[in-house]
Design a protein around this ligand. Structure first.
Ligand code: NAD
Length: 263
């Protein structure tokens, strides 16, 4: 029970990676609060974990006042929050950049960047008062170099990497440390629809030299490690967990030459 007596708040925590993270913390003894703008997912989560140390709120992270009320309720119930996981996020419809709709660009910035900042500030203020806290931002590998079709998502997530460093440099002297994690393609969460088709699994697996997508438990394992006392000196950093995808060229020049294709 690594997180007995710890309180964890997870945005977007009733489905996908957020829900898996909530379950992993509950299994380690933590009290877990989640919010999600999907009210149906919240009532299912509430039902599934009835009787456990759980709070669940139907709320949108872009609503600052709502997030303040929720933080108040969590502090009223458990007296503190030790770990905030900024997991809520949306991906844009994949289209070439000249075809991105204004509303889709705005939505990515509003949720992934602005909403994450709102929650960080609301919870961060209270963490600064309690003089302790760990904030973990779930970013994305595409934040590092972008990727064709992902522009709104990539730029919003790239902003989160800078936010991670900025908040760490401002707050960690007063006990609140901040880190990010940047997964590559995960076999779950927002890819659940895609990976029902083997063609997508095969395609996405080849994007990393390790030749497979990440398992959900590999992501939650890293989140729990970063929340643990052993990892507290990791601060301001964003850890990439992508099976070696960053910098990997799907067909390296060496393979091209060795296959005799240049002759
Ligand atoms: N699955 C992947 O391959 C992958 C890879 C890299 C990064 N990520 C990141 O991991 C995080 C979790 O993604 P996932 O794969 O579980 O996707 P998901 O779509 O299953 O989960 C995201 C959750 O966030 C919630 N959400 C969205 N906007 C919200 C808002 N404004 N307020 C409150 N809740 C909101 C959604 O309802 C959803 O339940 C995201 O930030 C995503 O960008 C995922």
């Amino acid at each position: 029970m690594r997180f007995q007596d710890k309180v964890v708040f997870i945005t977007g925590g009733a489905k996908g990676l957020g829900k898996a993270t909530a379950e992993a913390f509950l299994a380690e003894g933590a009290s877990v609060a989640v919010c999600n703008r999907n009210a149906e997912a919240i009532s299912k989560f509430d039902e599934e974990f009835k009787g456990k140390k759980v709070l669940a709120f139907a709320a949108d992270i872009t609503n600052y006042e709502e997030m303040e009320k929720i933080a108040g309720k969590v502090w009223d119930t458990w007296g503190k929050v030790d770990v905030l996981i900024n997991n809520a996020g949306i991906v844009n419809p994949l289209v070439p950049s000249e075809k991105i709709k204004k509303e889709n660009f705005d939505m990515a910035i509003d949720v992934n960047l602005k909403g994450t900042f709102y929650v960080s500030q609301v919870f961060g203020k209270r963490m600064l008062e309690q003089k302790s806290g760990r904030i973990i931002n779930i970013i994305s590998q595409v934040a590092l170099y972008g990727q064709k079709g992902f522009l709104p998502y990539a730029v919003s997530k790239a902003g989160l990497m800078v936010m991670t460093r900025s908040l760490a440099s401002e707050w960690s002297g007063n006990g609140v440390t901040v880190v990010g994690i940047s997964p590559g393609f995960v076999a779950g969460g927002m890819n659940e629809g895609l990976i029902r088709k083997q063609a997508f699994v095969d395609f996405l697996s080849k994007k990393a030299p390790i030749n497979r997508m990440a398992r959900v438990d590999e992501i939650t394992g890293l989140v729990l490690f970063l929340a643990s006392p052993e990892a507290q000196y990791i601060n301001g950093e964003t850890i990439v967990i992508d099976g070696g995808m960053t910098g990997y060229t799907a067909e390296p020049l060496l393979d091209f030459i060795m296959a005799g294709k240049g002759k």
